[in-house]
Design a protein around this ligand. Structure first.
Ligand SMILES: C[S@@+](CC[C@H](N)C(=O)[O-])C[C@H]1O[C@@H](n2cnc3c(N)ncnc32)[C@H](O)[C@@H]1O
Length: 280
């Protein structure tokens, strides 16, 4: 039995696993029992419920949409950092350099960070590309950051982080951040203006039509089972521009969703088909 105020029976754990899989596609392994107890106990206590069975009953019968969202937010894993798996940003920089040298000024450029957590991934994309190509300010350049978790999206939209999140970055990568004098740093306004954050559940319908020149979906599908991974990756293929790139996490692979892609680098895939170029 787990430590703490509430014990989690096998049946309760199964009900929680079934629910988070159904609503978010997250496949919790048996190793996540302790995590489930520690993350959900606070909510059960705050609701004044006797235990996890009563909590799942409550979610299924009487919970508000905020309370349903709290359940999902509690069970996501949001680990992220600036310039994580940084060879992807080097590759993207080269690709955008090619676009800049071959397309007219003002061309549309769209990048999607799917499962962006608190924002370091889309902000790294913006910071890195603006530093390399200041002329992008005159392009129709936008970055979309989406996540299922509304709590992380709030942090992402603020663009303010503890100074400790810059630890390990080179001086050149840390320089653009503005120190606010209270132990926090802010992403520069010019970069924040490029990024829009929206809530999006990857296992439901997507409102965007694309095409995207690049999609980052890194360390997100790792929480899904194989069929869900295949479905999500396959759908990215349909939203990518011809020649667009998909970047996935280092421990991930496309599985059954890989038909529309060819591998061009370490966890970097290029669309074989691509969406037709049309306004999003
Ligand atoms: C470990 S973080 C990865 C963040 C970033 N991509 C990176 O690599 O640093 C995984 C993110 O996926 C999100 N996520 C999990 N299931 C999701 C779903 N069904 N739809 C959208 N986002 C989801 C979580 O909320 C979490 O913020």
């Amino acid at each position: 039995m787990e430590q703490g105020e509430y014990s989690l029976s096998e049946r309760e754990f199964s009900r929680i696993k079934e629910r988070v899989y159904r609503v978010a596609g997250i496949a919790l392994s048996d190793a996540k029992r302790t995590l489930v107890v520690s993350r959900l106990s606070k909510i059960v206590r705050a609701l004044g419920l006797p235990g996890f069975d009563a909590y799942v009953d409550y979610l299924e019968k009487g919970a508000s949409s905020i309370e349903e969202q709290d359940f999902v937010n509690a069970l996501t894993t949001n680990l992220t950092r600036f310039y994580r798996e940084d060879h992807h940003f080097d590759h993207l920089r080269d690709y955008v350099g090619t676009l800049i040298s071959t397309k007219p000024r003002g061309t549309r450029l769209r990048i999607w960070s799917a499962g962006c957590s608190t924002g370091p991934e889309p902000y790294t994309i913006g910071m890195d590309l603006l530093a390399a190509y200041p002329e992008l300010k005159r392009w129709d350049f936008k970055i979309l950051g989406t996540d299922i978790d509304t709590a992380v999206l709030g942090k992402a939209a603020r663009g303010i982080y503890p100074e400790s999140e810059l630890t390990g970055l080179s001086a050149a990568r840390a320089r653009p951040f503005e120190h606010l004098g209270d132990g926090t740093v802010s992403v520069p306004a010019a970069v924040r203006e490029l990024v829009a954050f929206k809530q999006l559940n990857l296992i439901t319908d997507w409102p965007m039509k694309g095409p995207f020149d690049a999609i980052f979906c890194r360390n997100v599908a790792i929480y899904f089972d194989k069929p869900t991974q295949g479905m999500v990756f396959g759908r990215f293929g349909k939203l990518l521009a011809p020649e667009g790139f998909l970047y996935i996490g280092h421990s991930e692979n496309l599985g059954s969703g890989g038909d529309g892609f060819r591998l061009v680098g370490k966890t970097i895939y290029q669309s074989r088909t691509g969406a037709k170029r049309e306004a999003a």
